[in-house]
Design a protein around this ligand. Structure first.
Ligand code: NDP
Length: 325
């Protein structure tokens, strides 16, 4: 038996609880991992609370990411004792996930833990930090550099936002941070934000084109915010869209695309090809240090996960939550 955050739905009743699960019930996979650390992501919070239909079948063990040690391996990619890392691939949605003492997984989903990261450091970064890095890489692939101009980060106090602010600042970019929590301005400035914007400036329906203020953006918010972010992007700029914290809709016009030639680049961390994952994680390992991780991440245990999920969705948690298993 092992401990896991188990989500069940019976007779329209949706429940999440810390349960003892039989190892014999683990799903199929060629690698058994002893989980060291996982995290509480926005998507995990949606799955645990049932606020969005993230979980595709029941019962489900929550947790879209994990870092741990291989304890059994039927494949050739990993050996017993190897330290591994997983983000996405539908784990915690369609396949039992990382908020558990053990996980049985397909080796093709796993990458080796980068050499200079511990499992705790990797999960302090987690899917949020990895997604922020994918956004930064995408901006640069589209030709943006630190000399191009300011980069706007929305949802700046969240997991993706905090990492985006910190990574961009570390790479020499001038960062504008949009937040609904101005009381956390000092935190954002400590991460490297040069300017703080009240998110109210962006969250209501705006004009098709607005004053050009940033050359690039990392948006984890969607909806009117993303439309306004595009409308305020300088000529030829690039917006990366990775989230929907405000909403799934995108009530925009084509004006910024056809009159200012801006690019909107979608970012998906879940099905991202292995080479891009490894590149993002290696860059994270070079960019992020312990001081930054302790500023952004707070640690909880498996039995604190379920109440923390509600607080995360209420916007009461700053930065990242790493879960010690
Ligand atoms: P968090 O909950 O940690 O952060 C979200 C932040 O968005 C909040 O801290 C808040 O920032 C802001 N926010 C929340 N509600 C609203 C609102 N109604 N209007 C405007 N801003 C709002 O989540 P994560 O950072 O982990 O994830 C952010 C988004 O990115 C989620 O939608 C998540 O699903 C998505 N995501 C997508 C991935 C992908 O592969 N594409 C991977 C990882 C995450 P503040 O208080 O500073 O305003």
């Amino acid at each position: 038996m092992f401990k896991a955050v188990l989500i069940q739905q019976q007779d329209e009743r949706y429940t999440a609880r810390l349960a003892q699960v039989d190892e014999a019930d683990l799903p199929e996979g060629d690698v058994l991992v002893e989980v060291g650390y996982s995290t509480l992501n926005y998507k995990d919070a949606l799955a645990i609370t049932g606020k969005s239909p993230v979980v595709r079948h029941f019962p489900m063990v929550a947790g879209i990411d994990l870092a741990g040690t291989v304890i059994e391996s039927d494949g050739t990619k990993f050996n017993v004792g190897d330290q591994v890392l997983l983000n996405g691939w539908g784990v915690g949605e369609k396949h039992w996930g990382g908020l558990a003492e053990k996980a049985c997984l397909k080796s093709e989903w796993l990458i080796p833990l980068p050499q200079n990261l511990t499992p705790k450091q990797a999960m302090s970064i987690g899917t949020a930090g990895y997604t922020a890095m994918l956004c930064v890489n995408a901006l640069e692939e589209q030709g943006i550099t630190a000399k191009s101009g300011s980069i706007l980060v929305t949802g700046a106090n969240g997991g993706v936002g905090s990492f985006a602010v910190a990574i961009l600042a570390k790479l020499g970019y001038r960062v504008m941070a949009s937040t609904g929590r101005p009381a956390e301005s000092e935190y954002l400035k400590a991460l490297g934000a040069a300017e703080i914007i009240d998110r109210a400036q962006l969250s209501e329906k705006g004009k098709p084109l607005m004053k050009e203020r940033w050359i690039g953006a990392v948006d984890s918010v969607g909806s009117h915010t993303l439309a306004n972010v595009c409308a305020g992007t300088q000529y030829g700029g690039v917006v990366t869209a990775c989230g929907l914290a405000q909403g799934l809709d995108f009530p925009a016009t084509v004006a910024p695309f056809i009159l200012r030639g801006i690019t909107l680049k979608g970012i998906d961390s879940v099905m991202c090809p292995e080479a891009k994952r490894i590149q993002a994680w290696q860059r994270l390992a070079q960019t992020v240090d312990d001081g930054l991780l302790s500023a952004i991440s707070s640690e909880i245990t498996l039995d604190e996960v379920i109440p923390a999920a509600t607080r995360l969705l209420n916007g009461e948690i700053r930065g990242r939550v790493v879960v010690k298993i």
